[in-house]
Every structure is written in C-alpha cells, then in structure tokens.
Design a protein around this ligand. Structure first.
Ligand code: GTP
Ligand code: MG
Length: 383
C-alpha cells in the first residue's frame, strides 16, 4: 500500500516537472528565438527560400555582357556570349537554375532592345509573356570597358516611360569587367569616382544605389559563387522593399489572363470526346491563333507607345545636348576671358615692377634669372 502510494506521488511529481520544463522551454523559445532556435529558424528560412522562384531580366546595350552575366548566374554557358561587332542575342530567351539551398532562378536574356536592329515592342511583349508571374529584379547591365552612352540612357528612360516610374524600384545596376578593374587595382567606387557621367549617377541614385561588379571571366569557383550570392542578396532586398511582390502591370495581367484562358480551353478540349485528331488539331490551332493575335495587338500597342516616347526622349536628349554644348561654350569663353585678364594683369604688374626697380648694375643684373632659387648676395664692399 505504502509502496504504491509512493509510486503515485513520484509519478505525479515527474509529470509536474515535465510539464513545467515544457512550459519553460516554450516561453524561452518565444522570448529568445534567436539564441535557442536559430538553427531551426535558419533551416526554416532556407526551406522557404528554396521553394521560391526569382525571375530576373537582363537589359542593357548590345555587348555590355548581359548574356555573360546570365551565364554566371546560371553557372553554365546557357546563353551565347561573345565579342562581336553586331548583336549576338537576337531574341529573348529564358533559362532556369536551382540554387543549392536557395531559390529557383529564372533568367531572361534580352537583345540590345534599343540599338535599332530589333523590334523592341515584340521582344518586350515576349519577355512579359515569359515572366507572366512578374519580375523580381531587372538587371541593368553596364560595362566598365565602354563609356556610358546615350543609347544606355535612352534604354533606362524608355523602360521608365513604358512601365512607369515604379520600375526603378526593381532595378539593380550590374557592371561587367570586374577582372579589368582588378588588373588596374581599382574598385568599382574608384572607377565611378573618376569616370561617372552625370546621367549614370542619376540612374544609380534612382535605383537606390543598388550596384554590383561582376567578373564573368573568373575561373575561381569561390568568386563565382560569391558574386551570385551577392546578387541574390540584393534581389532579396529589392523583393522585401517592394512588399514581397514582383513587378507587374496591366500588360502582365492581361497577357496572363489570355494565356490562362487558352490553356484552360485546350485542357477542356482534350477531355472532349467525339472529335477526330484532325478536328482537335484544327481547333487548337485556332485557339493559338487567337492568342497570337492578342500578342500582335499588344506588340502594336507597345510599339506605338515606344515610338511616341522615343520621339519625346530624343527631343529631350537633343535639348540636353544643345544645353550642354552651350554651357561648355560659355565656360570656354569665360575661361578665355579670364586667361586674357590674368595675362593683362601680369603684364601690368611686370611693367609697374620695372618702373619701380631700376635694376642692378652689370654684372649683377645677369643673376636676375636665378632670383628665387638662391638669395642674391649684396655687392661685396671693397676693403
Ligand atoms: N573581360 C571581361 N569580358 C567580359 C565580361 N563580361 C562579358 N565580357 C565580354 O563581353 C563580350 C560581350 O558579351 P555578351 O555577353 O555577348 O554581351 P551581350 O550584352 O549579351 O551582347 P548582345 O547579346 O549582343 O546584346 C564578350 O566577349 C564577353 O566575353 C567580364 O566580366 N570581363
Ligand atoms: Mg547577349
């Protein structure tokens, strides 16, 4: 009897202790999650990010290294990238990679949209079609090997004109040619410090100073992974600054609706019975045609908007160019005038000095050219 009573009391105490321990642990986890549960939180974060998708779009002037950056992010030579006097990438292309312990990354490579050799509208609509769920970051690619040009400024302004000012909140400025700067023992800030033209400075300010240097030539695996990681950290920053939402606008929404409608119709058609293979094929073709017509309509719309915006843009750039030339001309004539003035003042001063200083007798006057280098000794008194 005594033994069983003791047994019950012990069990009761054991249960109570377990309960108190669990409650204490629970409260500790709530108040100090960082210290006690960091690993758990990190692994949760990793799992969540590894399920996520990031869609990145590369834009910039032909030859700046868009495809090379795409390949660096993907970790393989998926896009054609080489030096060429004309554009290498002809059409938009999407490639995908899964980052170890990280997200799935869709990379959309584009041709030089505003170099005059492509239908920019067609490629932009194609790009939107590829990124129906929205764009997480737009990588504006510049090269440290070439000078910033008006075409690059126009690309930036045209994207803003087409998609609205909100687009800059998703932009990251990527400079290629990190190896060349390294060779000259320069950092990106050194390079920008002495070579940054005002329009590029403006672009970087608008992009929240999100900038990155890429060396697409490196064979160093650690460096390759490091720069991709840096880029993905910036992309995560862009996402969180935009409330976790990718960039979309009415064009994206409209295209997505049309594509979903086409897919649903095709699925419904597949489940229908009583049609021959030829009939099914014919109906599917008609559906695709309808979608393609929709795309064409959008391309025309984007083209005409671009044309209008480009005309405004060219006018603005021309006005800016004329104003710059005028300012330079004013500065030059001001400098010439002030140089003349300085020369005239110098001459007056020399004349005044000559009038005041009768000069030294021969042979001491020969020492005048050495004045300032060594004090001229006073004439030696004859003892
Ligand atoms: N040294 C050096 N060269 C680079 C780097 N990135 C790109 N390049 C070179 O720049 C040239 C152009 O690169 P691409 O990737 O084809 O440029 P792109 O912007 O895709 O050009 P398009 O497709 O014609 O619009 C190639 O010869 C690349 O090897 C870099 O970081 N360092
Ligand atoms: Mg390319």
């Amino acid at each position: 009897m005594f033994i069983s009573c003791n047994y019950i009391i012990c069990s009761y105490i054991y249960v109570c202790v377990c309960l108190i321990y669990s409650i204490a642990k629970f409260l500790f986890m709530i108040y100090f999650p960082c210290s006690c549960n960091l690993n758990l939180l990190l692994s949760m974060a990793k799992t969540s990010s590894s399920n996520e998708v990031r869609t990145l779009v590369l834009v910039g002037r032909t030859g700046n290294g868009k495809s090379a950056v795409g390949n660096s992010v993907l970790g393989r030579r998926a896009f054609k990238s080489k030096s060429s006097s004309s554009g290498v990438t002809r059409v938009c292309e999407l490639q995908r990679t899964i980052i170890k312990d990280g997200p799935i990354v869709n990379v959309i490579d584009t041709p030089g949209l505003f170099d005059g050799t492509h239908s920019a509208g067609k490629e932009i609509v194609k790009c939107i079609d590829m990124a129906k769920d929205g764009i997480h970051a737009i990588l504006m690619v510049f090269s440290v090997k070439t000078r910033f040009s008006e075409e690059e400024q126009a690309t930036f302004l045209a994207l803003q004109a087409l998609f609205g000012h909100k687009i800059v909140d998703y932009m990251i400025v990527v400079f290629t040619g990190g190896d060349e700067l390294e060779e000259n023992e320069e950092t990106l800030d050194d390079y920008l410090g002495h070579e940054c033209p005002q329009p590029l400075k403006d672009i970087m300010i608008l992009c929240g100073n999100r900038k990155l240097l890429f060396d697409n030539k490196t064979k160093d695996k650690e460096k390759q992974l490091g720069q991709v990681q840096q880029l993905l950290t910036l992309v995560d920053m862009v996402i969180s600054q935009n409330g976790g939402l990718p960039f979309t606008n009415e064009l994206f929404i409209e295209l997505k609706e049309k594509a979903t409608m086409r897919d649903n119709q095709q699925k419904a058609l597949d489940s229908l019975k009583g049609y021959s293979k030829e009939e099914m094929f014919e109906i599917k073709m008609q559906m695709q045609q309808k979608y393609d017509d929709e795309l064409k309509r959008m391309i025309n719309m984007v083209e005409s908007k671009l044309k209008e915006e480009t005309a405004n843009l060219l006018k603005k750039l021309e006005e800016e160019r004329v104003a710059r030339l005028k300012a330079e001309e004013n500065y030059r004539s001001f400098q010439n005038a002030s140089n003349d003035e300085i020369r005239r003042l110098k001459e007056d001063l020399e004349k005044a000095n000559r009038r005041r200083d009768p000069g030294l007798p021969f042979p001491f006057n020969l020492l005048i050219p050495f004045r300032g280098r060594r004090p001229i000794p006073p004439p030696c008194p004859i003892l």
